[in-house]
Write a protein that binds this ligand. Sequence first.
Ligand code: OAD
Length: 242
Amino acid sequence: MNSDSLKCGREILTAATRMVSFSGAGLSAESGVATFRDAKSGGLWTKHDPMRLASPEGFADDPNLVMDWYAARRRSVAEAEPNSAHQALASQPDMIHITQNVDDLLHRAGVRVEQVIQLHGTIARDHCHARCGFEEAIDLANPPTLRDCPNCGQPLRPGVVWFGESLPAESWQRAEDACAECDALLVIGTSAEVYPAAGLIGLAKSGGARIIIVNTQPSGASHLADVELIGKAGEIVPVLFS
Ligand code: OAD
């Protein structure tokens, strides 16, 4: 970890009046939740075909396969604990947290629900695949198998955004507003390869925000960084706020 860069990152955050975090799977990696694209650490999409497990077409083709795979992910999140990066973020009472993560680790670290924007939804809820409006909370430790919507009889599915689906409009609007208005954006553990989410970093930059990136390696957003800190989120993020 470069101490000059770390000092610069701390100064940016100390001077900021509106701080926003934008996180991806790397934020939860040290909690034991798998990332998507890291071949070295067994990223999910290096082992599984996302179109079979995370698309409306895959669900239509084999809904049991999809629900069973999500059940395994749900159990893995239930067994995980927030790490020191989640806790450091939770120590900032006014910070807004935009995350691509569908886990509940920011919430369990103590971040208030209204301060978390989950752009890709949450695995802690199921909703009706036909969008009749029915949804329900899931016990992540005892996840359900495939079952029908009690309202309309169509299958229930995880409340996450799949490939080919739009982001929830309200969450997206809140995320755009937060990025356009912030003066510091702390980007943690994302490959910044999935759009439109990754476009928020450029939006914040063009609105005048300083960009701090924490990642174990360079990412698709490295060229936007005012400060890039290469290393583990659990080691760097707490120091940024100490
Ligand atoms: P990726 O798996 O694409 O990227 C994870 C990033 O975290 C990589 O750049 C790693 O270098 C970094 N990383 C790994 N461990 C880290 C650690 N301990 N500390 C800091 N950084 C670390 O995950 P995302 O960028 O979140 O979408 O992927 C974006 C979206 O693609 C996901 O939300 C998901 C996926 O398809 C949906 O499911 C809709």
